[in-house]
Design a protein around this ligand. Sequence first.
Ligand code: NI
Length: 178
Amino acid sequence: MEVRLIGDPVLRKRAKKVENFDDNLKDVIDEMFSTMYLYDGVGLAAPQVGISLRFFIMDSREENEKGKKVVINPEIIEFLGEEVSFEEGCLSIPDIFEDVVRPEGVRVRYQDLSGNVIEEELHGYQARIFQHETDHLEGILFTDKLSIVKKARLKKELNQLIEKGKKRAWELGETVKT
Ligand code: NI
């Protein structure tokens, strides 16, 4: 399973709703967890592995796997608390880490692997990951949210990554499965 880089068009598409909660989806999610842990990530969205569907996995690495989630067809119902600045990175934008401002908490609704609807309130790191990953399903990357000054500073580095990502996208194509 390959992680797509910024510059790959699949990362800029609005992903489609998941309709089939089947074994294939389970297998893909298992493989996504292995990939995420391999690269030491805390979240991985389906478009990042070439699948334009609305789901992601996350693990905020808390005790008893409390922050480990499979999130399908997510919605952010409400933003909670103050806007906070926190450093983010992304497996699709390697080696770039920048502070991003987002609300501290979110009330969310999503489905689990069995299709059950879950509604909960998340705060802190979990809320941060949830927002970052939900953005991926809309084709939004964290670097889009940086100030003009920061974007200008990163321009050269980002453009190099985008060229690499475009080339790789050409080689891989879109994973249509699931
Ligand atoms: Ni990301």
